[in-house]
Design a protein around this ligand. Structure first.
Ligand code: DX5
Ligand code: ZN
Length: 219
């Protein structure tokens, strides 16, 4: 198994003191920060945009994993890359079309960032399999996107297993990430199923022992 990556989701952080929150992440074994962008259209919630990302990028050298839950990823991808995104993930459901997805993947790569595609719980992974060879990451949503603190949906595990098989069988480099309801119990189960990156928001932020909690995800 490749080394696990933990990506704390800033959505559950205290925005009145982001510097302190990021200092806590820096003390932990987490190497990434997961940054959830919501537009109130693709999901029924609004979070934060590129200015916040640009400010966050000044606070650390952590890898910035930007999850776009927006209806116009093609319009805003460049803004987020310029603001410091290392990886941009957009949702397959926005386009639901191989060619249009491939075009945006290539555009983001040309801007100098890595690219991921995300699938909601009800989207079957078969649709994205032909795209995996072009991707750095596939993000399996284990909750309906939009809010932190929801319960992990079990069907994510079989999706992760299927993707793991496909990626290994075809010798692809694409990482598998899971997002939603991840804690010390669900995280290791996703790990067994073959996940590479665990996103965790409410399990980590709001807890002074964040570094110890990250550590538990590695056990
Ligand atoms: C939900 C977001 C998640 C969210 C996860 O739409 O994509 O990244 O922050 O939060 P938890 O870990 O609390 O489920
Ligand atoms: Zn997310």
């Amino acid at each position: 198994m490749a080394e696990l990556i933990v990506a704390p989701s800033l959505l559950s952080a205290d925005f009145s003191n982001l510097e302190r929150e990021i200092e806590l992440v820096k003390k932990s074994k987490a190497k990434w920060i997961h940054f959830d962008v919501m537009d109130g259209h693709f999901v029924p919630n609004i979070s934060f945009g590129s200015k916040v990302l640009a400010d966050v990028s000044k606070l650390s050298d952590l890898f910035l994993d930007v999850h776009l839950m927006i209806t116009d990823p093609d319009k805003y991808a460049e803004t987020f890359v310029r603001a410091g995104a290392d990886l941009i993930t957009f949702h397959y459901e926005v386009f639901d079309d191989y060619d249009v997805c491939l075009e945006l993947i290539q555009k983001i790569k040309a801007l100098g960032a890595q690219v991921g595609i995300s699938v909601k719980p009800k989207t079957v992974t078969n649709a994205v399999l032909p795209l995996l060879r072009h991707l750095n990451l596939i993000l399996v949503m284990s909750v309906e996107p939009g809010f932190g603190g929801q319960k992990f949906q079990e069907q994510a595990l079989s999706k992760i297993r299927d993707l793991r098989k496909y990626i290994d069988r075809n010798h692809l480099k694409c990482l598998i990430e899971v997002d939603g309801g991840i804690d010390e119990f669900t995280g290791p189960r996703c790990r067994e199923a073959g996940v590479d990156v665990l996103v965790a928001g409410s399990y980590l932020f709001g807890h002074a022992d964040l570094p110890e909690r990250v550590e538990r995800l590695f056990e």
